[in-house]
Design a protein around this ligand. Structure first.
Ligand SMILES: NC(=O)c1ccc[n+]([C@@H]2O[C@H](COP(=O)([O-])OP(=O)(O)OC[C@H]3O[C@@H](n4cnc5c(N)ncnc54)[C@H](OP(=O)(O)O)[C@@H]3O)[C@@H](O)[C@H]2O)c1
Length: 331
């Protein structure tokens, strides 16, 4: 089968098109014939070596955390899905940049929902991004109706999904930050109440909220942005750390300052959830697919590139030029 893999870590040049053996499902797994694979920032971290050197069969890793396609084969004991069924799958062990991938059925959901059938091109960007958005807002962020939120990296895959979900969950005002001025009009059109340039955001947010700040901040950037995010929390506000886009050194907050300022820092990690509460990811994926089928949310796909152009997709995310969700097409 055709795949885009890595034999070593580094820049986009380490991504190479390869012919690999077809996967065989074990108990509790299915093989998915991939139609579209979502591109995530974590795959850039994978390529750079932030998760370790490639250690797949033959020393090759295939990135890719989320796909949509059809079931090609069932592993022993799998009866809840059938061959030919259209599905979306979250892949905690990667592998999505390929024609075929094995997926654990706990993270696979049918595209035939109670509200209708979802198109695979609309579903492929959901399986990692939307359980993350649900986990950030409902679980780590403890969002309550009417609360105000700041979303950093507001125009990206997770950021734009989280914005849509804040509306579903009845949030109050939703603010966003982006890394460059050119992105502000695009992000504003997504439906934020106001979008700021990340540089100087704390001062602008403090001004527009009359000094109150917000109840919740979603922060995948880290470093000084995380530190300043604490300064814009209203009493009992929460800042959720879930990424390190800025590749900052480990930053430590003072419990004394949190205590004295009625502030909370929470964390979210989907990989940990996959190991310790896998059913939650499947439930959130089902909920997102139902919402999509019912027209309650949009897939947010801005570009579909052929698998051979995976390097271009990585460049767009890594340079901050990407908007919304980018997919790779395997068809
Ligand atoms: N913890 C979890 O379980 C989990 C799950 C999914 C995703 N994530 C994290 O969520 C974040 C977003 O992921 P995504 O896949 O949706 O990517 P994305 O937001 O669609 O794309 C990445 C965006 O990050 C920003 N960026 C890139 N390099 C940066 C830098 N050096 N400093 C600051 N910002 C930079 C750019 O936007 P702007 O600069 O314009 O904002 C870029 O467009 C990533 O940090 C990812 O690791 C975490």
């Amino acid at each position: 089968m055709r795949a885009m893999g890595l034999r070593g870590n580094g820049g986009v040049e380490v991504l190479e098109e390869l012919e690999l053996p077809e996967p065989v499902p074990t108990a509790g797994q299915v093989v998915v014939r991939v139609a579209f694979a979502g591109v995530n920032f974590a795959e850039i971290q994978h390529r750079r070596g932030e998760f370790g050197a490639p250690d797949g069969p033959g020393g090759v890793d295939v990135p890719g955390l989320e796909v949509a396609g059809t079931i090609e084969a069932l592993g022993p004991g799998v009866s809840e899905l059938s061959v030919g069924e259209p599905v979306a799958a979250y892949l905690p062990a990667f592998g999505g940049y390929a024609e075929l991938v094995t997926a654990d059925t706990r993270f696979v959901r049918s595209l035939r929902t109670g509200a209708g059938e979802v198109d695979p091109a609309a579903a492929a960007g959901l399986p990692c991004v939307w359980p993350t958005a649900f986990g950030l807002l409902r679980d780590a962020g403890r969002l309550r109706e009417g609360e105000d939120i700041l979303i950093h990296s507001a125009a990206g895959g997770v950021g734009s999904a989280a914005l849509q979900l804040t509306r579903e969950l009845g949030a109050g005002r939703v603010y966003g930050t982006v890394g460059s001025a050119e992105k502000i009009p695009y992000a504003a059109e997504l439906g934020y109440d106001q979008v700021f340039l990340r540089e100087g955001f704390a001062q602008r947010l403090t001004e527009v909220t009359g000094g109150r700040g917000v109840d919740l901040v979603l922060d995948p950037v880290g470093g000084p942005v995380r530190e300043r995010s604490l300064s814009v929390l209203a009493p009992f506000g929460r800042a959720v750390a879930y990424g390190d886009l800025g590749r900052h050194k480990q930053w430590t907050a003072s419990v004394w300052d949190l205590w004295k300022g009625n502030r909370t820092i929470a964390g979210f990690n989907i990989g940990d959830l996959a190991r310790r509460a896998p059913e939650r990811i499947g439930d959130y994926l089902s909920e997102a697919l139902e919402l999509l089928a019912a027209g309650g949310i949009r897939p947010g796909v801005t570009q579909i590139l052929p698998l051979a152009e995976a390097a271009k997709a990585h460049e767009l995310l890594e340079t901050g030029a990407a908007r919304g969700k980018i997919l790779l097409s395997l068809t």
